[in-house]
Ligand binder design. Structure first.
Ligand code: NDP
Length: 293
């Protein structure tokens, strides 16, 4: 049986990897990119080049967008909106949940359906076992295209509210970007004393692994968050907060950036002010879950 045609709009590293994965899966793929030369590679590998967004939309019922943000979707689709009716648009671009919800309404008003996706892997891992993708939006459209979408990465449908996929995506990227900044911050602190950065960075990464293992084996964390009880017999917010103060002071002495250490310090300071000094570190959640007054 012949595989469904797919259109991919946006050929950055992620869009190109998506096209290659779909071609390898036997799908006819039509592509369009604002900077036309960026399509040359995938066209040489078998993708069909559309001359315009409207032509790209006309080629397939399933249209995958891989763009910097959702604003780019409007730039591309607004002039071609007449060609949208009946399409399923899968937007794998990063943006906020609210922006995703507005986009779902905009697409629906033009007679099409929007599935919002949050793709959880770097470009070289698209289409591999390690890749997974959060999806939200109309369930019937998701199920209709699930077998094709599965080629990109294991699909995880998280709900019909179109904002949910990007909510999960931004949550996971909070962990990812936070971890990256923490490792580089730690490395800069040690390097300030003349230690080669490349010598320390593997040690910092080991601590990231240890932190992950500690959190992963921390059954108490789930219990604490579900019961909103934060026992502090092993380590308290007051003790950890003193360390957070020392990190700010050491970073200041070293003459490096203090934005990240100060953000962490403020969680501890505010938890202590809120009466969590003798509770465990999980009680920071009570501070973090509200916007600061
Ligand atoms: P890039 O930002 O490199 O590519 C962006 C694409 O969007 C390009 O094709 C670019 O066109 C197009 N674009 C941007 N603005 C406009 C506009 N106003 N009008 C028309 N086209 C526009 O992205 P990536 O491929 O790296 O990523 C795509 C999405 O996937 C992003 O939202 C990213 O956050 C997400 N993502 C990326 C990962 C990664 O490792 N790279 C991992 C997981 C998710 P042009 O070529 O003309 O500039």
């Amino acid at each position: 049986t012949s595989k469904a045609a797919v259109t991919v709009i946006g050929l950055g590293p992620m869009g190109q990897a998506t096209v290659r994965t779909l071609l390898a899966g036997g799908h006819p793929v039509t592509v369009w990119n604002r900077t036309a030369s960026r399509a040359d590679g995938v066209v040489a590998e078998g993708a069909r080049r559309a001359a315009s967004p409207a032509e790209a939309l006309a080629a397939s019922e399933l249209v995958v967008l891989s763009l910097t943000d959702f604003a780019a979707m409007y730039d591309i689709l607004e002039p071609a909106a007449g060609a949208l009716a009946g399409k399923t648009v899968v937007n794998l671009s990063s943006d906020t949940p609210q922006t995703s919800r507005q986009a779902a309404e905009w697409v629906a008003a033009r007679g099409a359906n929007l599935l919002v996706g949050g793709i959880m892997c770097p470009a070289p891992m698209v289409g591999t076992e390690a890749a997974y993708v959060y999806y939200s939006g109309p369930r019937a459209e998701f199920e209709a295209h699930e077998s094709t979408l599965r080629l990109i990465g294991a699909p995880r449908f998280v709900g019909t509210d179109p904002g949910l996929a990007q909510l999960y995506y931004q949550a996971q990227l909070t962990v990812f970007l936070g971890g990256i900044s923490a490792v580089l911050q730690a490395t800069a602190l040690v390097a300030s004393a003349g230690v080669p950065a490349e010598d320390f960075v593997p040690e910092a990464i080991t601590t990231l692994d240890d932190t992950s293992a500690m959190l992963g084996s921390h059954d108490d964390l789930r219990a604490a968050l579900s019961q909103r009880q934060y026992p502090g017999e092993l380590s308290t917010v007051t003790m950890m907060g003193a360390t957070a103060d020392h990190i700010v002071a050491a970073s200041t002495e070293a003459g490096i950036d203090t934005a990240l250490p100060r953000a962490v310090q403020s969680h501890y300071q505010r938890a202590i002010s809120a009466g969590h000094g003798q509770d465990g570190w999980a009680s920071l959640y009570e501070v973090i879950r509200h916007m600061a007054a």
